[in-house]
Design a protein around this ligand. Structure first.
Ligand code: 5GP
Ligand code: ZN
Length: 118
């Protein structure tokens, strides 16, 4: 467990390979893998390798990683065949959004007509 990670965090354990996943994308700063409880035919979770709590300040050194998320999303959408049909990219932050895991993550959803937000 590196200093960039948190012992009891499920997503840090995925980054470390302790919990196996099918990697859909990997870059220096990110990995992406299928959600264990998919809400759409395509439901991929994109996370930074570093444990970042979205309820706390995201530091300036993390800004390039956030740009990489958009690049990852495009790459994953193409791989999963939803680049043309469309997809949604979102992050749940805090209680009202239903955030369950305190490691910053983005959901990429597609493969069906998605309902209104909220
Ligand atoms: P949140 O509700 O915090 O935005 O999203 C957390 C997501 O992580 C949920 O959609 C949940 O299904 C997913 N998840 C939780 N535990 C695991 C896991 O061990 N493996 C994978 N692949 N996804 C997980
Ligand atoms: Zn973590």
């Amino acid at each position: 467990m590196s200093k960039d990670q948190k012992e009891d965090c499920i997503f840090c354990q995925i980054v470390n390979g302790k919990i196996p996943v099918d990697l859909v994308y990997e870059s220096d700063d990110l990995i992406a893998f299928p959600d264990i409880n998919p809400k759409a035919p395509v439901h991929i979770v994109i996370i930074p390798k570093r444990h970042i709590d979205p309820n706390e300040d995201i530091s300036g050194t993390d800004y390039p990683m956030t740009g990489d998320v958009l690049k990852a999303a495009k790459n994953i959408a193409s791989k999963k065949g939803v680049a043309e049909s469309g997809f949604r990219l979102l992050a749940n932050v805090g209680a009202d959004a239903g955030q369950e895991i305190d490691h910053l993550h983005f959901h990429l959803l597609g493969g069906r007509r998605l309902g209104d937000l909220g």
